[in-house]
Write a protein that binds this ligand. Structure first.
Ligand code: PBG
Length: 330
């Protein structure tokens, strides 16, 4: 009796392999996170080799190059001058601020590019937290929820007035999706979408990002609002809430160490699922490939394919532009 079943037949040539491939990766899956600052020069980011704090001019050029390679969307992260950071984070809803100016410039230059903004207070907050900070009766720091949500609504409206396509609350306050949806709709911005960071974990993988923006918390950590890395059922709870509150898309973050969460969440929801390959994930690949220990291109593309296979339909990745180039050559 010979062996009837030989799975290798489905791997025998590139043509057959391409027919049976279950997951595909393309530039159109990517959202490109871009850092910007209010300076005339572009600055390499020390804590994130290969990433740049762009001037407005540099930002437009970089976004345009990624867009031309087929990357449909960018998400903006501003490095705000220390002198503009306050405990009420008021700069986050200044119509003449850095982000609204960048949104207007990007939409002017490339009307078809999807421009996404991060909604959270940490870049603007002198305390470095995603929400407003108060001291409770025992002198403990408290990140106050409802007062923060009111400011997040102002921030979302400010981005909407500038012409943003999608606002993306990354703050993990309770009830912010519904509040932002209400605020947008009440001002005639019902076409502005909400991509909610629904399952955002309190992760050490964000370290290099906070270095890039000098936005690390001045005191305390983010564990009273971001999720415990040990939990997955709680991710479902967060997703169900955001879905009910009117989110258009939801996100799991980080991505690589949380593939099980991406898989479970994408089984559970009919909303599109985004996953964020965060700064620490990016940096581990960068560091390991710097001296040739691993092949950067192969490892980066495999990590992105893994995230896609787990169930993400879009991936926020610092590799977006480079990966789009690699995929074009492949
Ligand atoms: C802040 C925010 C963070 C990231 C995106 N938005 C950092 C944090 O929550 O402390 C992290 C992204 C990355 O590490 O690449 N609202």
């Amino acid at each position: 009796m010979g062996m009837h079943i030989r799975p290798r037949r489905n791997r025998k040539s590139p043509a057959v392999r391409s027919l049976v491939q279950e997951t595909s990766l393309s530039a159109s899956d990517f959202i490109y996170p871009l850092f910007l600052h209010d300076k005339e020069v572009d600055e390499q980011i020390e804590s994130m080799p290969g990433c740049v704090r762009w001037s407005l001019t540099g930002l437009i050029k970089e976004a345009g190059e990624a867009y031309a390679l087929g990357v449909p969307a960018v998400v903006l992260f501003p490095a705000i001058d220390e002198s503009l950071k306050t405990s009420d984070a008021a700069e986050c809803h200044n119509d003449a601020g850095l982000v609204p100016r960048a949104v207007r410039a990007l939409k002017d230059a490339y009307p078809g590019l999807c421009v996404i903004t991060d909604v959270a207070l940490d870049p603007y907050n002198s305390d470095g937290h995603d929400g407003l900070v108060e001291k409770d009766a025992n002198g403990e720091l408290e990140i106050v929820n409802d007062e923060t949500v009111a400011v997040l609504c102002e921030q979302a409206l400010c981005h909407a007035r500038a012409g943003v396509d999608i606002v993306s609350p990354s703050d993990m306050m309770d009830g912010r999706v519904a509040a932002i949806r209400d605020a947008l709709d009440a001002s005639g911005f019902e076409k502005v979408s909400i991509l909610s960071y629904s399952a955002k974990y309190a992760s050490a993988y964000y370290g290099p990002f906070r270095g890039a923006l000098e936005s690390a918390p001045k005191a305390g950590d983010k564990k009273t609002y971001q999720m415990d890395p040990a939990n997955i059922r709680e991710a479902i709870r967060e997703i169900e809430l955001d879905e009910a509150e009117g989110a258009d898309m939801i996100m799991v973050k980080p991505a690589g160490p949380y593939l099980d969460v991406i898989a479970k969440v994408s089984d559970h929801t009919t909303l599109p699922v985004a996953a964020y390959q965060v700064s620490g994930e990016y940096l581990m690949i960068k560091a390991a490939s710097k001296d040739g220990w691993v092949n950067e291109k192969a490892i980066a593309l495999e990590s992105l394919m893994g995230i896609k296979r787990a169930g993400a339909s879009m991936i926020l990745t610092y590799y977006a532009k480079l990966a789009a180039e690699w995929l074009k050559d492949a």
